[in-house]
Design a protein around this ligand. Structure first.
Ligand code: R5P
Length: 298
């Protein structure tokens, strides 16, 4: 198989780390911004006749989103066979309905944009809430890499007698899976969102956690308010500072402090969004999902 991995700005480390286990070329893309804010992209690696894997770090997606189309189309014009996208964090999935008249359903528009540019998509735990699968909005073949096996490996190696706690009903899918892999109990709290930075969360049942280390798990830590509220409740119910694991480290500026001030013992994340908190390595799982796509020539 001949393939080359091309990073969008900010994904250079991810791309290089993915090229190694796939045994493919770690390519390069030159990028700069013109004084007026427009962007310049140049693929500086050979792609003629090769499969191209564009790797994008899409926290704060707008500054690089157009780059997805610029690089994919340029790769095709340079003779790439197929062009796939590895977006370990898939943005815009949370706006999956029109909650107020006139709102943009950005998940749908972004999915159309990506589906036009690429032949396939690999991502880690997209926020599937009202959409049952990515196929509802993405028209290209997609593979969803679950973070649960990697998170469970980390929990097994670092936490004695854990109980996994999800802060809201959507987190049931991750909390339940991790608990199943680890072989420990889990519970899911109920959340009401009252604003971007205001949530109410139900109280956990202390009985289940008797003598166990609470591990709070959510797919996204953004403003940090969901996790922080859950941390406060778990501390008061169990008397033990919880460990917080987020799959995707979106982290608004105040989020980390909010969690530590609420009493989290530690905050760590998967390496889907490059961040100092990355402790759970999902790149082997991503490589395992990409390999068959290259071999099958999807
Ligand atoms: C939403 O339901 C997600 O699963 C997360 O709980 C949410 O995005 C976290 O957002 P924040 O950190 O802003 O509370």
């Amino acid at each position: 198989m001949t393939a080359v991995v091309l990073p969008l700005p900010g994904a250079e480390g991810l791309a290089a780390a993915l090229a190694a286990p796939l045994g493919v070329l770690a390519g390069a893309v030159e990028f700069r911004r013109f004084p007026d804010g427009e962007s310049y992209y140049r693929i500086t690696s050979p792609v003629q006749g090769n499969d191209v894997i564009v790797v994008a770090a899409l926290r704060d997606p707008d500054p690089v989103a157009l780059g997805l189309a610029f690089v994919a189309e340029t790769a095709r014009e340079m003779g790439a066979r197929r062009v796939g996208l590895v977006a370990p964090y898939l943005p815009y999935m949370r706006q999956d309905a029109r909650f107020k008249d006139g709102e943009a359903i950005t998940s749908r528009t972004f999915a159309r944009f990506v589906s036009q540019a690429f032949d396939w998509l690999v991502t880690v735990d997209p926020h599937l809430h009202r959409y049952p699968t990515l196929d509802v909005v993405y028209t290209i073949p997609s593979r969803v890499v679950p973070s649960a096996p990697a998170v469970a490996r980390w929990v097994r190696a670092h936490v004695a007698r854990p109980v996994i706690i999800g802060p809201d009903s959507e987190s049931e899918q991750w909390a339940g899976e991790v608990a199943r892999h680890v072989g420990c109990p889990s519970q899911v709290l109920a959340k009401t969102r009252l604003g971007d930075r205001h949530v109410e969360i139900s109280l956990p049942e202390p009985g289940l956690a008797e003598g166990r280390q609470p591990v709070l798990l959510d797919d996204i830590i953004s403003s940090g308010h969901t996790m922080a509220e859950a941390v406060r409740h778990v501390r008061s119910a169990f008397g033990t500072p919880p460990l917080c694991i987020g799959v995707h480290a979106l982290f608004a500026p105040e989020a980390r402090d909010l969690l530590l001030n609420a009493g989290a013992s530690q905050v760590l994340t998967c390496n889907t969004v490059p961040d100092a908190s990355n402790a759970v390595d999902v790149l082997p799982d991503i490589a395992a999902a990409v390999r068959p796509l290259l071999q099958a020539g999807v």
